[in-house]
Design a protein around this ligand. Structure first.
Ligand code: 3HC
Length: 336
């Protein structure tokens, strides 16, 4: 095959050049596929197919944006936390989410796209972030419920990403998952305190929060497998290790028992144990709502994006000052 391409070189140099390149590409592609099949990790400096790079960039940058936008609904409650202890915990949690965003932007930058480019895609509405953060946080019980359900769903989705074939993403996820686990527990603990030591009004507030967050939380796993355009290829490449529906099912199964201990009802009359499947059956998910929210028409999309753009614009002087400072001290650093 390679020699055929070389034979035509004299006559059709352009085409032959292309053929030669594509033969090389095919060899690289085969070597890459073999490494994926063998369960090896891919590092930033390794050759990778363009589509693999783009898929990772799409997923990691969306993930990073989700962490940063995810600071907003909870950040709203830092000044209204009921005790100093809860305020300190919430402050630490929101700060952790900012850190997660930074690890992920750094992982995505290894694929050759700058943080400014990724943020521009977010600010101009070209990039997605998790649907869940387009819902409002109406009461203090929403803080506990987000920790329990939203961070719980995030962990279920993210633990398999610690084995993602792209090593910089996998490494970032190990640390993120440890912190997410603390987030989930603090949320559950806050709800348990309200349910066990609170007033009737506080228990009703928890139930109301669970009613509002349950369905959006199980939508976080993404569309059903048969309507997920990216899943098959991402699973083939080991970017995704477990499918959207499988993770959703695992999350539901784990959460039912936690709800029972908490003393809340999950707002799904069709939720019941299926002995044959050894899993819970659950009611129909409103996928029209899901697509509406990720399409920009959720309850808080405008507010969330507006807050991010404002923060970026308000921070322009800080970025300029940092660059000016770095430029001023560059000669000293070069001389040292
Ligand atoms: N919100 C927004 N968009 C979503 C979505 C959701 N919950 N679920 C799916 N989508 C989008 C996909 O991004 C894709 O759009 P695109 O092709 O334009 O990028 C489209 O819907 C079709 O979905 P697919 O299932 O084909 O897409 P993926 O294969 O990428 O799977 C995913 C979607 C499961 C979310 C996967 O991208 C993933 O695991 N991402 C990493 C984890 C992540 O981003 N989590 C965010 C959760 S929040 C968080 O981490 C913060 C924490 O503090 C709570």
């Amino acid at each position: 095959m390679y020699t055929q391409a070389m034979d035509t070189m004299g006559k059709e140099a352009g085409d032959a050049g292309k053929a030669l390149r594509s033969a090389e590409e095919m060899q690289r592609q085969e070597a890459f596929d073999a490494r994926i099949d063998a369960g090896e990790f891919i590092e930033a400096k390794d050759w990778m197919p363009d589509h693999y790079r783009k898929t990772l960039l799409r997923q990691i940058s969306q993930h990073a944006h989700s962490e940063i936008v995810g600071m907003l609904p909870e950040g709203n409650w830092i000044t209204r936390a009921p005790t100093l202890k809860r305020k300190a915990i919430l402050l630490a949690k929101v700060q952790d989410e900012g850190g997660h965003g930074l690890y992920l932007y750094a992982a995505a930058e290894t694929l050759g796209t700058s943080r400014d480019q990724m943020l521009d895609a977010l600010h101009t509405g070209r990039a997605k972030y998790s649907s869940i953060f387009n819902y409002p946080t109406l009461t203090w019980a929403d803080m506990g419920t987000i920790g329990w359900l939203v961070d719980g769903a995030a962990i279920m989705n993210q633990v398999p990403i610690c084995r993602c074939s792209y090593a910089p993403y996998a490494r970032a996820m190990v640390r993120i998952c440890r912190e997410e686990s603390f987030h989930q527990r603090q949320g559950y603990d806050a709800l348990l305190t309200m349910m066990q030591q609170g007033t009737d009004a506080q228990r009703a507030m928890v139930q109301d929060a669970v009613n509002r967050w349950w369905w959006p939380s199980i939508m976080m796993f993404g569309p059903p497998d048969d309507q997920s355009p990216n899943s098959a290829q991402s699973m083939r490449w080991g970017i995704k290790r477990v499918s959207n529906d499988t993770l959703r099912q695992k999350f539901i199964d784990a959460t039912v028992e936690q709800a029972r201990v908490l003393g809340v009802t999950l707002p799904d009359p069709d939720l019941k144990w299926n002995e044959e499947r050894q899993a819970h059956d659950y009611g129909a998910i409103d996928w029209a709502e899901f697509w509406r929210v990720i399409g920009g028409d959720g309850p808080c999309n405008e507010e969330r994006l507006g807050a991010r753009v404002k923060a970026w614009d308000d921070g322009a002087w800080v970025r300029e000052a940092a660059l000016a400072h770095a430029a001023k001290h560059a000669p000293e650093r070069a001389a040292a």
